[in-house]
Design a protein around this ligand. Structure first.
Ligand SMILES: [Ca+2]
Ligand SMILES: [Ca+2]
Ligand SMILES: [Ca+2]
Ligand SMILES: [Ca+2]
Length: 486
């Protein structure tokens, strides 16, 4: 974009009044600063509009502006962390904004390990920021680089009072070596996302030798919120929680989401504490390693797990209490399971799959109920083989485990409207002509004959049928019909 067009955008802004939104489309991938923030002109000293210059301008102009990024790598090269006006280091967002890329695989903002990538500053009044179709990667925050309360979120930090929507955004390969906070996303505002992937964010120190609290996402405070749908949190690593840390009374909801292969000294996947309500619905928690391997429900949080699969999580370290879910409340705890498979976790010195949980809606499979203190309903199935397949692409946005005969059409009386992949529930998965809920995050139907061809678990149980509701509603259509970002 030439200088004239930048100027025309500025005139359009002024002609429409001070609150009319401006749109900036950077024409340069270099990391130059704006020559005069606030003049409505995205232009560096050479007349080019960079991402940083566009952001400086958008911050300076009142109202919700839009920055449109093309399919390029936008590398941050201006060293100087702990600066909050987008002049150096990370990119600071200090006003309502839409930041739109050309897709997570195409538009990449790379911090080159010189600071965090993106910092959405706290706001006294509610602020709305929408980020779509891009990747935030290679942020790095190191010990001593920031004041004590400013050491968080190497990929993305969301300040208090800000609503951030993420759509088709990857936050990956960010590193945090400081005390507290998360390597990937640190959130004290309200984060709502769909098709978000938080992958490979780590404290680079060995497990047990590091100090970053969360690998993937940390959410702090009763005023915060976190809702993720059709998303993935995987391969993250830190000290307290590999994937997700909730504290200070924070609540969260994950739907149709995969949490896999995260690791920590404490909770391999999730550490939940200090109150709040955490809801997992059509979620797979698989292959995480820590103590416990999957989820530590600590200190007053209510954990509601519905239509989910929690398997293959490993108790690791010098003390290995529980492989799956550990609720420290004891007795029957504050962990509530409905139509969920909790199996194949361990080994744990106390228990393999769980300590202290109650069945609410029934239909659960507990693979090893020994020492589980599980408060069961009549239709829960204890100490049976869930027959789970390997974590694999079975359709939908995220990988899943297909269930076996003990789960298919033998779940709870009531389940959610679709499974983790977006396949409608319930289906007739056992071929007896009656549709019934399957336990766990996957509802088996005719479509799975495609994915399980030759797999002798679930597929062999199903008699051929002439038609099904699934054939009329393939995964893609179901995905498009789903409400998003709510
Ligand atoms: Ca603005
Ligand atoms: Ca900065
Ligand atoms: Ca079924
Ligand atoms: Ca059936």
């Amino acid at each position: 974009m030439d200088r004239t067009r930048h100027l025309m955008l500025a005139f359009a802004l002024m002609a429409g009044g001070s609150l009319q939104a401006a749109t900036f489309a950077p024409d340069a991938t270099g990391d130059s600063v704006d020559a005069l923030p606030g003049d409505g002109l995205c232009a560096d000293a050479d007349g080019h509009c960079s991402l940083r210059a566009a952001l400086q301008e958008a911050n300076a102009l009142a109202g919700a502006d839009t920055i449109m990024l093309g399919a390029s790598v936008y590398a941050l090269t201006r060293a100087g962390s702990n600066e909050d006006a987008s002049a150096s280091g990370d990119l600071d967002v200090d006003d309502d904004l839409v930041l739109q890329g050309a897709g997570a695989g195409a538009t990449i903002i790379d911090a080159g390990a010189l600071d965090r990538v993106l910092d959405v500053r706290p706001a006294a009044a509610t602020r709305h920021v929408r980020i779509e179709g891009l990747t935030l990667r290679n942020g790095a925050l190191a010990l001593g680089s920031q004041p004590p309360l400013d050491r968080q979120g190497a990929g993305l930090r969301i300040g208090a009072g800000v609503d951030v929507e993420l759509a088709h955004v990857d936050v990956r390969d960010n590193q945090l070596t400081t005390f507290a906070g998360a390597a990937g996303i640190d959130n004290t505002g309200c984060l709502v996302g769909h098709h978000v992937r938080v992958i490979g964010n780590t404290d680079p120190a060995p497990i047990g030798g590091g100090s970053a609290w969360a690998g993937g996402i940390a959410t702090d405070g009763a005023e915060s919120c976190l809702v993720l749908e059709d998303s993935e949190i995987s391969d993250n690593r830190a000290d307290i929680a590999g994937a997700l840390l909730l504290h200070g009374g924070a609540s969260a909801t994950l739907r149709r989401t995969l949490v896999a292969d995260n690791a920590a000294r404490v909770a391999g996947a999730m550490h939940l504490g200090q109150g709040g309500v955490v809801r997992l619905e059509n979620v797979t928690v698989s292959g995480n390693a820590g103590n416990p391997g999957a989820i530590l429900n600590d200190d007053g949080t209510r954990l509601v797990v519905v239509d989910s699969t929690i398997t293959g999580n490993h108790a690791s370290g010098s003390i290995t209490n529980v492989g799956g879910i550990q609720d420290v409340h004891g007795g029957f705890g504050r962990t509530e399971l409905t139509n969920t498979i909790l199996a194949g976790n361990g080994p744990g010195f106390i228990a393999d799959d769980c300590v202290a949980a109650r069945s609410v809606g029934g239909g659960n499979i507990i693979g090893n109920s020994a020492h589980c203190q599980f408060d069961a309903q009549a239709d829960d199935r204890l100490d049976v083989d869930a027959g789970l397949g390997a974590l694999a692409d079975n359709g939908g946005f995220t990988r899943t485990h297909l269930p076996g005969a003990n789960a298919i059409d033998r779940g709870a009386a009531v389940c959610s409207a679709s499974d983790q992949r977006g396949v409608a529930r319930p289906q007739d998965g056992d071929g007896d002509g009656i549709s019934a809920c399957d336990a766990g995050a996957v509802e088996v139907g005719d479509l799975d004959a495609i994915f399980t061809n030759g797999f002798d678990g679930a597929a062999s149980l199903r008699a051929p049928r002439m038609s099904s509701t699934l054939s009329a509603a393939p995964v893609g259509a179901a995905e498009q019909a789903r409400p998003q970002g709510t």
